[in-house]
Design a binder for this molecule. Structure first.
Ligand code: SF4
Length: 199
């Protein structure tokens, strides 16, 4: 396991949940939304929670989450089982709204916490990179010129990573314009998920 400043994942998660590092920038205040257990084998990295998830405190508790589960071929019970699936966004608290939707994840968050959290997740076999922020964080220079090109090049990153577009209904036009995503990427992804979480 990589060096970490915490004695256990539980103590690290308690520190994350008490974080106030960018409180002054958060319109609804801090409420970190994430879940993880050391046994998890799948990691989902998205962007920051929206207002609905901020209110519920449950990751992916919205239409985007329902579509993401569908993409993975997972039922709700498996998706919500943190012993199998860790959910760690690139920003843990709702960042507020800008002119064209929610603001990007706060940059302090991944800088402060992502490395520590990953150090406590030694069994991850598959990391889903949902959206450009996750792809930037995990793929760095290996990304292509655009999100579409990165997702289309998914074979370059599989089987450890699968780059995905955000499953928001706002991306329906993207899904309609890129039928290969449903025809080829999703079947490969679902096979990979079944291999890992099969009972
Ligand atoms: S967004 Fe991240 S860095 Fe900012 S208060 Fe929440 S947990 Fe802390």
């Amino acid at each position: 396991m990589a060096a970490t400043a915490y004695r256990s994942l539980e103590s690290l998660l308690a520190a994350v949940r008490a974080c106030r590092a960018c409180e002054a920038q958060l319109p609804l205040g801090p409420r970190p939304v994430l879940r993880a257990a050391q046994t998890a084998r799948i990691l989902i990295v998205g962007q920051a929670p929206g207002a609905r998830v901020h209110a519920s405190g449950i990751p992916w508790d919205d239409a985007s989450g329902a579509r993401l589960r569908d993409w993975l071929g997972m039922d709700e019970e498996a998706f919500r089982d943190e012993s199998r699936v860790a959910i760690i966004p690139t920003g843990f608290c709702y960042p507020g709204r800008g002119k064209s939707g929610d603001l990007p994840p706060r940059p302090e968050c991944a800088r402060l916490w992502m490395g520590e959290l990953l150090a406590w997740l030694p069994h991850i076999e598959l990391t889903l990179l949902v959206g450009q922020h996750a792809q930037r964080r995990f793929l760095g220079d290996r990304r292509k010129a655009t999100l579409s090109h990165t997702v289309r090049a998914w074979r370059d990153y599989a089987p450890a990573h699968f780059p995905l577009p955000h499953p928001s209904p706002r991306n329906n036009p993207w899904l309609a314009a890129n039928p290969w995503f449903r025809q080829r990427l999703l079947p490969a992804l679902q096979t990979r998920v079944r291999e890992i979480v099969a009972p």
